[in-house]
Design a protein around this ligand. Structure first.
Ligand code: E4P
Length: 218
């Protein structure tokens, strides 16, 4: 399973890169605004250079013409750029066009397996089901991942299921169990994945016992 960071915050991305487990980054207009990315393109370029892996940047146009023009501009930033398109008719049309132009697409705001199937048919490289937002309205977000994976496997689609809107470590585990190819995590969730109180207690006890022996040279 690949791990992407769901942020536009440079400091967070630098930390995750230093941990050696980062495969990519996803951004959206809200995350870019939160990171104070006033120079949109420059900010995305910096992220691409740091990550050296897929970096999703979202178009904000609503017509196919606007979306396509913005997509080309984003794609010109770096070969690592992946174009995030919303799951609309215009989004599907532009996805098909970008696919023919060899520009990878992440179809975002996916809330049903039918939408994911359409995006895969239009040639999306990734579909992003929003797990947390489904849970928020009392649906089983992780069940959607299971459905998407079943459909993609049955028809041999190469589109990757990118579990998004993950709010806590259990969401990551659910996404992994359901077979998501990628999980995109906010920094806080990535940090929480590491810790377990029994690990801390275990280290403490080992160190205490070691002190009793104190072998030479250690
Ligand atoms: C990532 O691609 C999505 O934009 C993001 O995970 C949405 O998360 P949220 O529902 O917590 O805003």
């Amino acid at each position: 399973m690949k791990f992407f960071l769901d942020t536009a915050n440079i400091a967070e991305i630098e930390k995750a890169v230093s941990w050696g487990i980062l495969d990519g980054v996803t951004t959206n207009p809200s995350l870019m605004a939160k990171a104070g990315a006033s120079n949109f393109k420059e900010h995305l370029k910096r992220i691409c250079d740091l990550v050296e892996g897929p970096v999703s940047g979202e178009v904000i146009g609503l017509t196919p013409e606007e979306m396509h023009a913005q997509a080309l501009e984003l794609a010109s930033i770096s070969p690592y750029m992946v174009i995030k398109l919303p799951m609309t008719v215009a989004g599907l049309q532009v996805c098909k066009r970008l696919n023919a132009e060899n520009i990878p697409v992440n179809m975002t705001l996916i809330f049903s397996s039918a939408q994911a199937l359409l995006a895969a048919k239009a040639g999306a490289s990734y579909v992003s089901p929003f797990i947390g937002r489904l849970d928020d309205i009392s649906h089983f977000g992780s069940e959607l991942i299971r459905e998407i994976i079943t459909i993609f496997d049955r028809y041999g689609f190469e589109t990757q299921c990118l579990a998004a809107s993950l709010r806590h470590p259990l969401h990551v585990v659910e996404a992994a169990l359901a077979g998501a190819h990628v999980a995109t995590l906010p920094w806080g969730v990535l940090e929480k994945l590491i810790h377990h109180p029994l690990t801390d207690i275990g280290i403490e006890r080992f160190l205490e016992d070691w002190k009793k022996v104190r072998p030479e040279g250690w």
